[in-house]
Design a protein. Structure first.
Length: 140
């Protein structure tokens, strides 16, 4: 069963929205990391697919089926991290296995965007960056 992503909203903002004291115009996002919009997110996912193919697939498989590294094609493998921030921290500090930390910061964000998109864990298409990675929950 696929669960939707529940982005964190500050309590004061949530309370004002519920009370009707604040509104968000249609077509805008309340998440700071969404400045680039859908095109930026699609470009980031495509870039992340390239990073995955070049740096991850040799251990995790072209289809995430695993091999030398664990399988990543199971939704639960992503949801085990509970937040995109924890997933990003693990990948940034531990991967690639033979050269951890060797990718650029943007490459790490790109591959996280790719993995989240692959598993339907970023339904809003938010571009992943230092702000938005902290706002995405991977489980209800």
């Amino acid at each position: 069963m696929i669960r939707s992503v529940v982005p964190r909203v500050p309590r004061t903002v949530a309370a004002l929205l519920v009370a009707g004291l604040v509104s968000i115009p249609a077509g805008t996002s309340m998440f700071a990391g969404d400045a680039g919009g859908a095109d930026a997110s699609a470009d980031q996912v495509a870039s992340g697919a390239d990073v995955y193919a070049a740096s991850c697939a040799r251990c995790h498989g072209a289809e995430g089926e695993g091999g030398e590294g664990p399988a990543l094609n199971d939704l639960r493998s992503m949801q085990a991290f509970r937040t995109a921030s924890r997933l990003h921290a693990f990948v940034r500090l531990s991967m690639p296995y033979d050269t951890p930390g060797s990718l650029s910061e943007s490459e790490y964000f790109d591959v996280i965007a790719f993995l989240l998109d692959w598993h339907g864990l970023n339904p809003e298409g938010v571009a992943i960056d230092a702000v938005s990675v902290d706002e995405l929950l991977l489980v209800d």
